[in-house]
Ligand binder design. Structure first.
Ligand SMILES: [Zn+2]
Length: 98
């Protein structure tokens, strides 16, 4: 089974490029078995949808309040997004290490 780090990398990659059939199946299997990565996948989907819906709005939009996401996770995601907007990345070097 793939590691959580590999699964996270694939989940990030698939936001920009479709995955091949083997990677898709391996990721699907991993997500069926790993609750942490399922949670991470939901957070990525939330971020993607939120960014789409707020592309022309400020970070303090009202729309995210209606989405069903754990408030702690929502605050963590918003904090991370603010970091990304305010600098080149969380480490200031353009890389987004986790
Ligand atoms: Zn995992």
């Amino acid at each position: 089974m793939m590691t959580c780090a590999e699964a996270a990398r694939l989940m990030s990659n698939r936001l920009n490029h479709p995955l091949g059939i083997r990677a898709r199946l391996a990721l699907r299997l991993h997500l069926m078995l790993c609750v942490g990565c399922r949670r991470y996948a939901r957070q990525l989907m939330f971020i993607r949808e939120w960014l789409r819906s707020s592309a022309n709005r400020d970070l303090h939009c009202e729309g995210y309040e209606t989405m069903h996401l754990d408030p702690i996770a929502r605050d963590r995601i918003l904090s991370h997004l603010r970091e990304l907007r305010s600098c080149d990345g969380p480490n200031g070097n353009g890389r987004h290490d986790r």
